[in-house]
Design a binder for this molecule. Structure first.
Ligand SMILES: Cc1cc2nc3c(=O)[nH]c(=O)nc-3n(C[C@H](O)[C@H](O)[C@H](O)COP(=O)(O)OP(=O)(O)OC[C@H]3O[C@@H](n4cnc5c(N)ncnc54)[C@H](O)[C@@H]3O)c2cc1C
Length: 421
């Protein structure tokens, strides 16, 4: 019998398994064939993720090969730039996340953890004194507690256990490799977040610029994978606003693309007797900016801290005891979530106003130092429960002041509501 079985070896499941294996007998099950390859991911890793990552990983340059120095919140009219040197330390790091996941798994195994890759959990049975997990080969494993870290790919399992599933949209990205010096020349920033409702009404087109490679993609539609891919290639080939960044970089339509669900909006409860849900499966991804890594790391950290004493006291892991996990996730993350919720409501809900608002916002970022300072602070704040929502409201007021008069008349109720989030 295991103490914990973790289903899903994304950032949430691996970081939980690694921390839990310091005090518990832990099994990590993943349906993808990680023995062969962990899919390449280049991500933005804001400084506010740091409290949830052990120094042995945080200080590893092969995982984080570049600092995150400058962001570009790009509109059709402006490159809205924020360079960290204006305020001090970098905004964070750029993560070659497949290396992070590999190294976390290596340490998990060093600490006695067991992994099963290329195995899908097809059924879970809850007994009163343990949990039984059955894989696609019909093998069964037992545990005192089950940790669901299945992202947006385990909804049937999640539903079978009586959990809600979060809102889910589709996204796509591809990895483009290029000489470092060429990337240096083309990209003055490491992250571009670009809103254009013709591309997506629910999310950005983005570039995450790593070392020798970039991730390019967009988030937030409901199309099927073939449509997503076709559109991504059309954007990369024809969209004038991004062509300067791709100058001299060669790619063709044979490059692999990765499409899949991206979830957001937390479900109402993250625990039941002997089961907890981590990360994206619980809808723990910030609305608007889609920061899922932060939430995966934070929920894993909170869960291990709560479970350690419960395991030591031979707990039955009842819902009443596990509810403290729900409460702590809410305490740590949900103040910060209000910013994303307000931005989502303001920028995504009604596509006709998105361009006007996003143009004005990116111009404001360029022209107003306090706005830049508040965005910087949100990136580097090491305790997001203290995120200052007054700053967000202040930016909202400035934004309203700068939008064209004709937009003010129609948009003021929207602003009033967003300010109340
Ligand atoms: C295109 C794109 C770009 C993004 N960029 C960023 C970014 O730059 N910064 C950021 O913070 N966030 C980003 N995000 C969001 C972030 O990557 C995710 O929210 C986060 O990685 C989710 O981690 P997770 O561990 O909760 O889930 P996942 O990474 O989805 O892991 C879940 C795992 O569970 C496995 N699984 C599911 N069901 C089963 C089963 N039944 N049996 C066995 N295994 C199972 C899956 O195979 C999967 O590996 C991005 C998302 C997308 C789609």
């Amino acid at each position: 019998m295991y103490d914990f079985i973790v289903i899903g070896a994304g950032i949430s499941g691996t970081s939980f398994a690694y921390k839990a294996s310091k005090f518990a007998k832990t099994l990590l099950i993943e349906s993808q064939d990680y023995q062969r390859e962990i899919p390449v991911r280049t991500n933005i890793f804001a400084e506010h993720n740091k409290p949830f990552v052990d120094d042995v990983f945080w200080n590893d340059d092969s995982i984080f090969p570049r600092p995150f120095l400058q962001l570009n919140y790009k509109s059709e009219k402006h490159n809205g730039l924020l360079h960290s040197k204006e305020f001090g330390a970098p905004l964070g790091k750029i993560s070659h996340t497949e290396i992070l996941i590999q190294k976390i798994i290596d340490k998990f195994r060093d600490q006695g953890g067991t992994t099963l890759f290329n195995q899908t959990v097809s059924k879970v049975v809850r007994h009163s004194d343990h949990i039984e997990v059955i894989n696609n080969k019909g093998e069964s494993f037992t545990s005192k507690l089950l940790v669901l870290a299945t992202g947006s790919r385990g909804f049937p399992l999640q539903k079978s256990l009586g959990f809600q599933t979060p809102d889910s949209f589709m996204g796509i990205y591809t990895n483009i490799y290029a000489d470092e010096s060429l990337l240096e020349e083309n990209f003055s920033f490491q992250y571009m977040f670009h809103l254009n409702p013709t591309i997506s009404q629910n999310g950005p087109f983005f570039f995450n610029v790593g070392k020798g490679r970039i991730a390019a993609g967009y988030l937030g539609n409901k199309e099927n994978p073939a449509e997503l891919k076709d559109k991504l290639f059309r954007i990369l080939k024809n969209y004038q606003k991004i062509q300067p960044f791709l100058k001299g970089i060669t790619w063709d339509e044979s490059i692999p693309t990765i499409s899949g669900g991206i979830s957001k909006h937390p479900i109402n409860s993250f625990s039941k007797d002997r089961v907890i849900v981590l990360g994206e499966a619980a809808g723990l991804v910030t609305a608007f900016f889609y920061e899922g890594i932060l939430c995966g790391l934070a929920s894993a950290d909170i869960a291990t801290k709560l479970l350690k004493p419960l395991l030591a006291n031979d707990s039955n892991f009842t819902r009443v005891e596990l509810k403290k996990y729900d409460d702590e996730v809410a305490r740590v993350l949900f103040t910060y979530f209000r910013n994303g919720n307000a931005c989502e409501y303001l920028f995504y809900n009604e596509s006709s106003s998105t361009k006007t608002l996003w143009d004005s916002y990116t111009n404001l970022l360029n022209t107003n130092k306090t706005v830049r300072e508040y965005v910087y602070e949100a990136h580097i704040n090491q305790d997001l429960s203290t995120h200052n929502t007054d700053n967000d409201r202040w930016v909202g007021e400035r934004l309203f002041a700068t939008i064209p008069v004709f937009s003010k008349m129609t948009l003021w109720p929207k602003f009033l509501k967003a300010m109340s989030f």
